[in-house]
Each structure stands twice: as structure tokens, then as C-alpha cells.
Design a protein around this ligand. Structure first.
Ligand SMILES: C[S@@+](CC[C@H](N)C(=O)[O-])C[C@H]1O[C@@H](n2cnc3c(N)ncnc32)[C@H](O)[C@@H]1O
Length: 267
């Protein structure tokens, strides 16, 4: 993958995540879909692999959430027994995450910072995860280098991101973002050129001493026609985000053409 130019990076609206209100847990905000539609699939997959396949226990293990936003995924890891640290460039998202963890009675350490410059010593964490973030960062190369650096040898890197294909352009850019009759999010949240092909991520992880062991698709549990119908209802205001989230859930699949997740192990 080529380095992202300033022209491309200037098109992504990462400032959106710094809104001065709770855009993460309020079920009238589309980011609440990360919890309702995405977490069961991705967190279910991560935990299943950590405990089932890798035969590790979450208890007493340290986990770093890179690009934690409002803590929607960090709280799942903490509730499962990990000692979690969350880092994100958005001060307001970090404030939301701190306040929500208090309400949930969870002890999570949150701070501001970027994936490109993680303020932790080498070999600090048993697990590092970075979900729906790699396609947002200024420098993917540096971010992967930093993730590997702070991960302990034998530690596990979990991720999810978006492939760069004709289909991902159609679904994520056109249908989810640009076409008013179906849009779920506003323009600028994702930029097609920043999407990452699985082979590029594999190569990059390998270059920094992490081997990707498995990749799986994340696909909606409804067929494309039904999905477009539900998106149209949502766009017309006939369905709230909460109602949409109850009807559309991501599921693990073998189709890597749009969203995909997986894990790598550090040598
Ligand atoms: C779509 S949200 C994902 C939030 C969370 N990981 C989740 O999946 O629930 C993208 C997040 O990436 C963060 N982000 C953007 N650029 C980043 C960077 N260079 N390093 C770390 N996080 C970044 C944003 O502030 C935002 O919180």
C-alpha cells in the first residue's frame, strides 16, 4: 500500500469523533451501532480465539485499545477480565469513555494519543487491538510498527478494518455514506483510498514481526436487498438507529470483500 498523501488524508473527517457530546453510547447516534451491530460479531470472534484457540485466559492480562473512541469495545474487554488501557486522539471521546466506564463500574485507564506514537515501553501488553481505526490513521506503517513494538513477544494483535475493492466502494462509500436515500453516516467519515487490502496488512504486519494467523469477513446478517430496504427506511426516519441495530447485525463470514477482522501473533 502506498503512503497516504496529504490530499487523501485531508478528505477524511476524523474531527467528527471530537464532537462535544456523547456520540458513542447515545442510541440515537449512528456510532451506537458499533455496540449493537458490530460488537457481538467482532468481540465474540476475538474472545473465542483468545480463550478457545489460543487457550489464554483474559484474567490478569493487559490489553491496549488503539483508537478506543468512547470505549464501546474497551468495556467489553474489561468486563471479560482484561486490564484495559484505551488511547485515542479525541479528547472529547476520551472524556465520554471515562464517564461511561465510571457509570459501568469498570476500571479502565484512558488517555489521549495516536497509534503512530504510543506512549508505552516496548513489550508492554499481552493483547493490542485496533478496530475500525487502521483505515483512519495518518500513517499506517508507523501505526503497525508501534502496535508491534508495545506488544509482548507471543502477544496477540486483534483488528478489524475495511478492504479496498469495488464492492467496498459501492457499499461503504456510496450506499452507507454518499447516497442520501440510503446513507447511514455523513460524507467524509471514510475515504476509499485509505481502505486496506488484506495482503497489504499481512505484509505490513510481517515486516514488523507479527504473523497474521487468520482473516474472516464481517458481513450483514440480512441479504443485500433487505439491507438496502432497511437503510432507506432509516434514511427516511422510519427506523431509528436503535431499531436498525436490532435488525442488522454483523456476522463472521468467509467474504473479505468489504469488512474483515482477524488476528496476528508477535514472534
Ligand atoms: C470508527 S471509530 C472506532 C472506535 C473504536 N475503535 C470502536 O471500534 O468502537 C475511529 C476512531 O479512530 C480514532 N483515530 C483517528 N485517527 C487515529 C490515530 N491516528 N490513532 C489512533 N486513533 C485514531 C478516532 O478518534 C476514532 O475514535
Amino acid at each position: 500500500m502506498q503512503t497516504i498523501s496529504n490530499d487523501i488524508y485531508n478528505r477524511i473527517d476524523n474531527q467528527f469523533y471530537n464532537a462535544e457530546k456523547d456520540i458513542w453510547w447515545n442510541e440515537n447516534e449512528f456510532l451506537s451501532l458499533l455496540k449493537t451491530s458490530f460488537n457481538p460479531c467482532r468481540f465474540g470472534y476475538f474472545l473465542k480465539h483468545y480463550t478457545g484457540i489460543l487457550k489464554q485466559s483474559a484474567k490478569g492480562k493487559t490489553a491496549l485499545d488503539v483508537g478506543c473512541g468512547g470505549g464501546v469495545l474497551a468495556e467489553e474487554f474489561a468486563a471479560a477480565g482484561f486490564t484495559v488501557t484505551g488511547i485515542d486522539p479525541s479528547e472529547n471521546s476520551i472524556k465520554t469513555a471515562i464517564n461511561h466506564a465510571k457509570k459501568s463500574g469498570l476500571s479502565i485507564h484512558y488517555e489521549t494519543g495516536t497509534a503512530e506514537q504510543l506512549p508505552y515501553p516496548d513489550n508492554s501488553f499481552d493483547v493490542v487491538y485496533c478496530c475500525d481505526v487502521l483505515e483512519h490513521v495518518r500513517d499506517l506503517n508507523k501505526s503497525i510498527a508501534e502496535i508491534s513494538r508495545v506488544l509482548k513477544p507471543g502477544g496477540v494483535f486483534f483488528f478489524d478494518t475495511i478492504n479496498r475493492t469495488f464492492l467496498s466502494k459501492l457499499i461503504i462509500i456510496k450506499i452507507w455514506q454518499e447516497w442520501k436515500s440510503t446513507a447511514l453516516v455523513q460524507p467524509g467519515l471514510h475515504v476509499y483510498e485509505m481502505f486496506i487490502k488484506p495482503a497489504e496488512l499481512k505484509e505490513l504486519c510481517f515486516a514488523y514481526g507479527m504473523e497474521i494467523k487468520q482473516l474472516k469477513g464481517m458481513s450483514p446478517n440480512v441479504n443485500p436487498i433487505k439491507l438496502v430496504g432497511l437503510l432507506r427506511q432509516r434514511a427516511k426516519g422510519k427506523l431509528t438507529y436503535a431499531e436498525f441495530g436490532k435488525k442488522v447485525k454483523m456476522k463472521e463470514s468467509n467474504d473479505l470483500n468489504v469488512g474483515y477482522m482477524g488476528y496476528a501473533v508477535k514472534q
